[in-house]
Design a protein around this ligand. Structure first.
Ligand SMILES: [Fe+2]
Length: 248
């Protein structure tokens, strides 16, 4: 019999907020996503709308307004789930200027920033970008590291990035094989080597990309142990939101 997890989850990466990016475009879908998240055992969600220079750059004031309205609307739907606000930043060279100009691209009010890249990003570019944002005083959380071909081909590069000070995030669906067996095997290796820091759903909808996390939690409990699952699915996310350091 499968061991059931006995704790709740914090989803550090979610496109649940409607009308701001390629996530849901109406409140009904956001509500459906919220209900799925609740049933999955998620009790805190960080909305991380895309920030992509030239493509998706809703200003902070407007985003905060949308978020507060969303929070108000969700109070009646699912009062048990707490909501926080972050961004998922697509790294380009413009990002450094943007980070300097606006203080609100971080996860809540911390110094952690969630960064994504093109899947075919070159490793040297990835490494330099991590070093650049760290020099500015931010701690980069690399979104879904399993998506970058250069790292997927050589898991030790993920370790190198972690050793530089980056936080490593993987998607819950990828852990259990939704992105194929090669990716699943890659993540299993990262988990074995204790390279992964945090797991999020990266949910975009109430359909194929919905906020599912429970199967992933069960998988980690089964293959590793519950303490590891707690760290990856709850505790490290909490630390990030509080701006605390993650434990080695
Ligand atoms: Fe995302």
């Amino acid at each position: 019999m499968r061991k059931l997890t006995t704790f709740h989850y914090v989803d550090i990466h979610s496109h649940i907020l409607y009308g701001v990016d390629d996530g849901p475009d109406n409140i009904e879908t956001s509500i459906e996503m919220m209900k799925i998240a609740y049933d999955e055992g998620i009790r805190k969600i960080v909305a991380t709308p895309h920030y992509h220079p030239g493509k998706c750059t809703m200003g902070y004031e407007q985003l905060r307004r949308n978020f507060e309205l969303f929070k108000e609307q969700m109070k009646d739907v699912c009062p048990e789930i707490e909501l926080a606000l972050g961004r998922e930043i697509y790294y380009t060279s413009d990002i450094l200027d943007d980070l300097e100009a606006q203080a609100h691209l971080t996860m809540e009010d911390s110094k952690y920033i969630l960064i994504e890249y093109h899947p075919t990003v070159e490793y040297s570019y990835l490494r330099t970008s991590i070093s650049n944002v760290m020099q500015m005083g931010y701690t980069p959380v690399i979104a879904h590291i399993e998506r970058y071909m250069c790292v997927l081909e050589d898991w030790k590069l993920a370790l190198e990035l972690k050793n530089m000070g980056a936080v490593i995030q993987v998607n819950a669906g990828s852990v259990i094989g939704d992105s194929g067996s090669k990716v699943k095997k890659f993540i299993k290796r990262l988990l074995k080597e204790e390279i992964v820091d945090v797991i999020g759903t990266d949910a975009h909808s109430n359909g194929r990309r919905s906020p599912r996390i429970q199967e992933c939690a069960k998988y980690i409990c089964r293959k590793f142990d519950e303490d590891y699952a707690k760290a990856l699915l709850r505790d490290n996310a909490e630390r990030i939101l509080k701006g605390e350091y993650l434990e080695d």
